[in-house]
Design a protein around this ligand. Structure first.
Ligand SMILES: [Zn+2]
Length: 320
């Protein structure tokens, strides 16, 4: 008969197994903590954003207008631009220029029609908006703000000399982060559409972060289930399901987009900003003309922080 293990031998073994289990659970909790954090913020923001409000202007027109300094087929967009750009000066995005030379609201063609809301050229400060996304005024204000920020040069238009990474990711993440703060600023200044746009943006970024993190774990189905149950209505469910089929066979590409344009600006710019950091805009402001003294503009996320409130902001900064 084999002798049973005596107490002093198996006790450490059990303790070891228990400790290992605890450590693994700890690692799991550590891995899931940012997901829970971002899921909570996304749901809070989605709830605050409310329902989409269609914009009451006709879709793209072929008639061309001259509104202030802009040539456009969408007079309302030009007026909005003159509402938005001055905020860039007080939010330290730029010096508050240039103003757009050209704003075109038009149907984008082919696949871009479904996946691109707008584009801009910073060389001539021209902005193009996709009229498929006209069914929500807050989203349109967000897109216009985003594209106008691209025209403000600095890190919103180009990567610094010698930059070795993906230039488009650099430009998009800076622009995405700045858009959120400008929406917060406009909301705090009394624009209700901007408030809704702010919460939409604030829901989108952590949502993409959840999607990216679960995607890397091979748990995309949990993301879809969660989004369907908590964030989407029936129409949005159907739309999301349709786009999942569109991305079928290109999951790696979709994962890359979600990581680079959602998770990355959220983790590396917006979160540090909410927790007190500043966004390096790459734009200069003259401080002293005689001595030709300039300083680099750093954008604070103070309005974003104020919109969030100390409790959600505290949660975000505690789990980093
Ligand atoms: Zn962009």
């Amino acid at each position: 008969m084999r002798k049973a293990l005596s107490t002093p031998v198996w006790m450490p073994l059990v303790a070891f197994v228990l400790l290992l289990a605890l450590a693994l659970a700890g690692i799991q909790a550590y891995a899931f903590a940012p997901i829970v954090r971002d899921a909570l913020i996304a749901m809070l923001a989605d709830w605050r954003a409310g329902e989409a409000v269609p914009i009451g202007v006709p879709k793209s027109e072929s008639q061309i207008f001259q509104i202030y300094g802009a040539t456009t087929n969408a007079p309302l967009m030009a007026r909005w631009a003159y509402e938005i750009v001055p905020f860039f000066a007080i939010e330290n995005v730029s010096n508050g220029h240039p103003y757009p030379s050209f704003i075109l609201l038009a149907p984008f063609v082919a696949q871009r029609s479904f996946v691109v809301a707008g584009s801009a050229h910073c060389e001539d400060a021209s902005v193009y908006l996709n009229d498929r996304f006209l069914d929500d005024q807050a989203q349109l204000l967000g897109s216009l703000t985003h594209e106008l920020i691209h025209t403000q040069n600095g890190n919103f238009c180009a990567a610094p000399a010698g930059f070795e990474g993906d230039r488009s990711v650099w430009i998009e993440s800076h622009t995405t982060a700045a858009t959120l703060e400008v929406m917060a600023a406009m909301c705090r200044y009394g624009n209700p559409i901007a408030c809704q746009g702010f919460w939409q943006e604030l829901s989108r970024l952590p949502r993409r972060s959840v999607q990216a993190k679960l995607g890397r774990m091979g748990l995309s189905w949990i993301y879809d289930l969660w989004a369907n149950v908590t964030l989407r209505n029936d129409t949005e469910d159907a739309k999301a399901e349709k786009m999942v089929r569109f991305w079928n066979g290109h999951e790696a590409e979709l994962q890359g987009i979600v990581e680079r344009y959602g998770e990355l600006p959220w983790e590396t710019m917006v979160l540090p900003g909410i927790c007190g950091g500043r966004l390096d805009t790459g734009n200069l402001r003259m401080i002293d003309q005689e001595r030709a003294y300039f300083r680099v503009l750093g954008m604070a996320f103070d309005d974003t922080w104020t919109m969030l409130g100390w409790l959600p902001a505290g949660l975000l900064c505690a789990v980093r």
